[in-house]
Design a protein around this ligand. Structure first.
Ligand SMILES: [Zn+2]
Length: 264
């Protein structure tokens, strides 16, 4: 059990909020307010959620459907597998709408000549940052279905899912988003020039969002081994799934997905 470090009251409804070590934004279990714990003065955040349309049974059906389809999978996968755990979690995410403009100079060598190139790589992103420090939630390939979001409402939550508080505050999340967008822009530059001599990115954060997204984290057993699957409880999509026998296992699935990116 996480260590309980403090107890304060919700600034909105007065209900008791229990804080555990490392948590900086706590969602009130009574009214659903997201409260930033900033020294001694609690601070309310704008807070959204994605409504869950897939309950526990629906998640199990989605997993079974996934096991049946696809060329990479063993023929007996559904017959032989057993779901051994299925946990519903509301994970805290920040989403930043960012305009990124990377000014670059470089050299194109692929043509056999050394052509100098310069320009601007301009992109708009909806970039997500998970508000947890643990690496146990493998959600890099999760595309938040932002069009489904609604204001946070505890009455709309799955009854048997746990809600996790944020351990990363919005300032830190914003810095992480900028670092990640910058790294991604540098990746994209490789299409434009072979040798990057200079690149510098300016950012304009146009909007930010704090939201909880429901996901089902499942494990299944197949021929003596355990594999993991994540189901998006808002859309019913399989976010990620371990396939027995494939070389990369977790991480090979959904090859066409772009990590953490929401582009218009
Ligand atoms: Zn409250």
């Amino acid at each position: 059990m996480p260590e309980l470090v403090e107890s304060i009251n919700c600034p909105h409804c007065g209900g008791p909020l229990n804080l555990t070590t490392g948590e900086v934004i706590v969602t009130c279990p009574y009214c659903g307010s997201a409260v930033r714990i900033r020294s001694d003065k609690p601070f309310l955040l704008r807070h959204s959620m994605l409504p869950a349309r897939i309950d526990r049974d629906g998640a199990a059906r989605a997993i079974q459907g996934w096991m049946e389809g696809g060329v990479m999978k063993p023929d007996d996968l559904r017959r032989t597998s057993q779901i051994t755990s299925l946990d519903g979690l509301y994970l805290p995410f920040y989403v930043f709408e960012v305009d990124a403009d990377t000014a670059y100079q470089g050299v194109l060598t692929r043509t056999g000549t050394n052509e100098r190139r310069d320009g601007h790589l301009v992109r708009n992103y909806f970039w997500k940052v998970l508000g947890r420090r643990s690496g146990e939630y493998e959600v890099a390939d999760y595309h938040i279905p932002l069009s489904l979001k609604v204001p946070f409402d505890t009455t709309q939550m799955l009854k048997d899912a746990r809600m996790l508080n944020a351990e990363v505050d919005e300032d830190e999340a914003g810095r992480l988003a900028q670092e990640e967008v910058d790294a991604h822009q540098r990746e994209l530059l490789k299409d434009l020039v072979d040798v990057v001599e200079n690149a510098s990115t300016t950012f304009a954060v146009k909007d930010s969002e704090f939201l909880h997204a429901p996901l089902w984290f499942a494990a299944y057993a197949y021929r003596g081994k355990t594999y993991k699957i994540i189901v998006d409880a808002a859309s019913g999509d399989i976010v990620k799934g371990d396939i027995p026998g494939s070389s990369g296992g977790f991480g090979e699935f959904l090859k066409d997905s772009t990590r953490g990116i929401f582009r218009r």
